[in-house]
Design a protein around this ligand. Structure first.
Ligand SMILES: [Zn+2]
Ligand SMILES: [Zn+2]
Ligand SMILES: [Zn+2]
Ligand SMILES: [Zn+2]
Ligand SMILES: [Zn+2]
Length: 264
């Protein structure tokens, strides 16, 4: 547990333990202490963890109480810190939860941005271009307003570029991350000096290498790729039969200077 989390939890009120049935599973009280949540329902730490994990697996990042109240769900929203405390999440579970929640939120927010002119949320219909026409400006204000998805200023330039517009300083900050990330030797392999962060070759999501294996499954597009050569995993494996987990037939792909655009 990090220092900041320890300080945070010591300033929080103590957990309230009750001797009641588990309102998530409906299991009667069996001598096992249950934790009372902010909405008043009692849960077993294990079933709380399992329930929240199932919510995230279904793509939800708001953690809601499923307890039955007159044939309806309680629906109260629990904050992540509350779940972390009441479920007594381990360090690895905390990492898993934090990553999943952040990715789910990013998924929702990466397709919507605020129009700099009318301030309404606009969906980007064509992910391959930064040039976005605000449909609200067009229908409500009757003006044709285009803005840049990246620098969020009025559109400048021509064509439909995917990397930057003609406004000064319009640059994807993720490019700086790719250019400056540390390098690492991938464990249990011959791959040395590999950038620790890659942009997914399919969708462009930035992914940090954390697992042991050089093959990584992208959490956004779910395509598995090789962190060393950046080929899709089946192609990398086919090129080097046998010890394909140890090295690649292809040379180590250099740092990326371009972020692939996902065409869904
Ligand atoms: Zn509840
Ligand atoms: Zn607008
Ligand atoms: Zn721009
Ligand atoms: Zn991806
Ligand atoms: Zn490879």
């Amino acid at each position: 547990m990090s220092q900041s989390k320890r300080e945070e939890s010591s300033s929080e009120p103590p957990l309230k333990f009750v001797q009641r049935r588990d309102d998530i599973t409906g299991d009667e009280y069996d001598g096992q202490q249950r934790v009372e949540m902010s909405c008043g329902h009692a849960v077993d730490p294990g079933s709380l963890t399992a329930w929240c994990r199932s919510l995230m697996d279904q793509g939800h990042f708001q953690l809601c109480c499923p307890a039955d109240v007159n044939d309806k769900k309680c629906g109260a929203q629990w904050s992540y810190p509350e779940v972390r405390r009441c479920a007594s999440l381990s360090d690895s579970e905390q990492r898993e939860f934090e990553q999943k929640l952040a990715l789910l939120a990013a998924k929702l927010y990466c397709d919507f941005k605020e129009c700099p002119k009318c301030k309404s949320l606009v969906e980007r219909k064509e992910p391959t271009t930064l040039r976005v026409l605000c449909t609200v400006c067009a229908s409500v204000l009757h003006v044709s307003y285009e803005f840049c998805w990246q620098c969020l200023r009025a559109w400048k330039g021509s064509g439909k570029p995917s990397d930057h517009c003609a406004n000064t300083g319009c640059k994807d900050p993720n490019l700086d991350v790719l250019a400056s990330c540390t390098t690492k030797d991938l464990p249990d392999s011959e791959v040395r000096g590999c950038p620790s962060i890659r942009a997914c070759p399919t969708c462009g999501l930035l992914i940090e290498h954390k697992e042991k294996c050089k093959y990584v499954v992208c959490s956004r597009c779910h395509v598995e790729f090789c962190f060393a050569c950046l080929d899709p995993a089946p192609a990398c494996q086919a090129a080097k039969a046998g010890a394909w987990f140890k090295w690649c037939a292809k040379p180590l792909a250099p740092r990326q200077s371009h972020i692939p655009v996902w065409s869904r």
